[in-house]
Design a protein. Structure first.
Length: 335
């Protein structure tokens, strides 16, 4: 019975559009005389039609159309069926390929009314316009950080949840952002990678190799305005500044303990899971954190990198050096 009514409704809707006619009072019903939204049967049908019935088996995200689910699933599988004939770059969605092709043709049909700058894609223009408006309407409920685009907020949420939906089909490594997966895949595809001349480490971008090389040069360009402490990476400075603000947005769901960085939360969660993914190549002993492996390795290498400037005595751990230096301070006070 209901199916018959739906067929009649669709038939009737089609007829009115075709004949360009509407029922008396239809416009009042559609929008409401007072400007309010319609709450009649037509709206009810739209709500029914808008139900998200297609659910992703990987992450649980739901969609109202199967086609949208198919496109979304490619974020998990890494499938990119739309390939550019010019450069071979592949995309998961046909619209992304259309926008990409404009980089070869030079076509930029979307122009900013504020400054006249043109863009190849509408999304690029919208992103750019946020610079002029300064509007950030999408706020994270976890830490209060705001974003000008919903996609920015969605990506940011993964910092709190630890979700990594972008998986490399070559090695299984997972990432929170598609851009990070793309960079990683360059290594498998044999595309240009950047090698550190000091230690041979390979990085997938010039910016990452520059960040890495500061470990060797000792350069720390990011300085805290509060205490003057300097850091190699900007993200490490951001994490440090949360200490001054007493901000700990990353909370453990097991025990409620909070942390200034997602990395520290992940390390902590291994206390609950018992996971020890880092092992010593020498003896096989396992650890929760990479820093613990580095410290442990010194028991094998006998390395003592912490040297006293007063007497030249060297130590394996910084805590041992600090303890030793107190003796010099005490000697100076008593003399």
């Amino acid at each position: 019975m209901q199916e018959k009514m739906r067929r009649k409704t669709r038939s009737f809707k089609h007829k009115t559009v075709k004949d360009n006619k509407t029922l008396p009072g239809a416009s009042d019903q559609a929008s409401g005389k007072d400007g309010s939204q319609c709450s009649g049967p037509a709206t009810s049908e739209r709500v029914q039609a808008g139900k998200r019935r297609y659910v992703c088996a990987e992450c649980g995200r739901a969609f109202s159309q199967s086609a949208n689910l198919t496109v979304h699933e490619r974020t998990h599988t890494g499938e990119k069926p739309y390939k550019c004939k010019e450069c071979g770059k592949a995309f998961s969605h046909s619209s992304n390929l259309v926008v990409h092709r404009r980089t070869h043709s030079g076509l930029k049909p979307y122009t900013c009314s504020e400054c006249g700058k043109s863009f190849s894609g509408k999304s690029h223009l919208i992103r750019h316009q946020g610079i002029h408006s300064g509007e950030k309407t999408y706020e994270c409920k976890e830490c209060g950080k705001a974003f000008s685009r919903s996609s920015g907020l969605i990506s940011h949420h993964r910092v709190h949840t630890g979700e990594k939906p972008y998986t490399c089909i070559q090695c299984g490594k997972a990432f929170s952002r598609s851009s990070n997966l793309t960079q990683h895949q360059r290594m498998h595809k044999g595309k240009k990678v950047y090698k550190c001349k000091e230690c041979g480490k390979m990085c997938v971008s010039n910016t990452k190799i520059m960040d890495h090389q500061r470990i060797h040069t000792g350069e720390k360009p990011y300085e805290c305005d509060e205490c003057g402490k300097a850091f190699i990476l900007r993200k490490t400075l951001n994490e440090h500044q949360r200490l001054h603000r007493r901000e700990k947005p990353y909370k453990c769901h097991e025990c409620g303990k909070a942390f200034t960085s997602n990395r520290n939360l992940i390390d902590h969660q291994r206390v609950h899971t018992g996971e020890k993914p880092y092992s010593c190549n020498e003896c096989g002993k396992t650890f929760r954190q990479t820093s613990q492996v580095i410290l442990h390795l010194r028991t094998h290498t006998k390395e003592k990198p912490y040297k006293c400037s007063e007497c030249g005595k060297a130590y394996r751990y910084s805590s041992q050096l600090i303890q030793h230096q107190r003796k010099h301070s005490e000697e100076k006070e008593t003399s």
